[in-house]
Unconditional design. Sequence first.
Length: 79
Amino acid sequence: MSNVEQEADNSKCNSEESDVVLKNQQMIRQMVLATMIQQKRKVKDSAVGLARLLRSKEEVVISKDDVSLSIGRNCEQQP
């Protein structure tokens, strides 16, 4: 095998290796992106759940205050 053929063979091999490395990097990027999206969804779902929980507790607190005020007014009105 001549030097020219050997260099061409090496160049082809290097090119194929570069393609494999590039494809691996792209796969890793896609996996990282998918993981980030999943984590963002989990955080968003947690935030939405927490907001709902807080809203429901606020409603309960408001309801208790309303009931307390109503009871207090009724007691004051009775002789």
